[in-house]
Design a protein around this ligand. Structure first.
Ligand code: BGC
Ligand code: CA
Length: 294
């Protein structure tokens, strides 16, 4: 029996820490501070931490096949060159909604980047509703809009056979599933997969493990939960020392460590809120992140 251990590995006061991303060739964890407008790279061997400031809220960082990274800033997809610290715009969405910004996103197994939007918040999880949409950035830099009327577009991932897309609109308090066509990148047949328990609070970021189970970070819930998409049941809870857990993804040399981001927005005395945590001893591994092919 392995025993689960939770450690604070990067003590920061990120306003909204998000988008943990393992980059194997650098032994590094990347993450962002959305409203802090920074992208971070933390080398887990040397413990060095570097960051780049950008001009607008940055909600995600993703790997790019040609090297370097893709980020979202404001309502824009953009390319980030780490060496020169330069950001170049790719394309903008939600042009008619100046109060919107991108939120969570991830690259699909075919190298397309999915990301959704939301209205800026008045305070955590309080915002004008139904302003967001879910988009894909295709390899040729064109955009597909899948649907609108989203409150807070959040966690997403694909089943191991690539035939199901899992998606969270946070204020629906539900983890949904769609049929996925990897060939075309289209989604269909939306249905609820898991309804949050009251103590789970708000579903936020999510990732899949090598057994096809989902890990969901629960904002205001101070935990990550493991869900079985076959049965729609919660099968494990791991509690964190802060309640504002925002997202999770596997990393480490063999993807056996689950990294969890958190936020300190709206807190007078943040303590460890806004730090990065590492969970080990879960007895299950994750899968490497995909790279955007455009
Ligand atoms: C958003 C935050 C929001 C939180 C809780 C995060 O993904 O970026 O702004 O407060 O979800 O729903
Ligand atoms: Ca999120």
């Amino acid at each position: 029996m392995s025993s689960v251990k939770v450690e604070c590995v990067v003590k920061e006061h990120l306003k909204i820490g998000e988008s943990p991303l393992w980059e194997e060739k650098e032994n590094s964890l990347l993450f962002v501070d959305i409203t802090g407008k920074k992208v971070y790279k933390w080398n887990t061997l040397t413990k060095e931490i570097h960051s780049i400031s950008v001009d607008a809220p940055v909600s995600l960082v993703a790997l790019r096949k040609s090297g370097d990274y893709i980020i979202t800033q404001g309502t824009q997809f953009a390319a980030l060159n780490w060496k020169t610290k330069s950001v170049s715009a790719i394309i903008q969405v939600d042009k008619e909604k100046p109060n919107n910004r991108f939120n969570d996103g991830k690259v699909d197994p075919a190298g397309r980047l999915f990301a959704g939007t939301m209205a800026e918040e008045i305070r955590p999880a309080v915002l004008e509703r139904e302003q967001g949409s879910l988009y894909t950035l295709l390899p040729d830099h064109s955009i597909v809009k899948h649907f609108d009327k989203v409150d807070i577009s959040n966690g997403l991932d694909w089943s191991l056979d690539h035939r199901t897309f899992f998606y969270i609109d946070s204020l629906s308090y539900s983890v949904d599933a769609f049929d996925y066509d990897l060939h075309t990148g289209t989604i269909s047949n939306r249905r609820g997969m898991y309804k949050m328990e009251k103590e789970d609070a708000i579903p936020d970021g999510m990732c899949i493990d090598r057994e096809g189970k989902l890990w969901v970070a629960c904002y205001s819930g101070g935990r990550v939960i493991r869900l079985d998409p076959e049965t729609g049941k919660r099968i494990q809870i791991v509690k964190l020392p802060v309640d504002t857990t925002t997202s999770c993804s596997f990393g480490g040399s063999d993807y056996s460590e689950l990294y969890v981001t958190s936020a300190c927005q709206g807190k007078d005395e943040p303590g460890l809120a806004g730090s990065i945590f590492k969970i080990t001893g879960l007895g299950v591994k994750g899968i490497p992140p995909h790279s955007y092919v455009g």
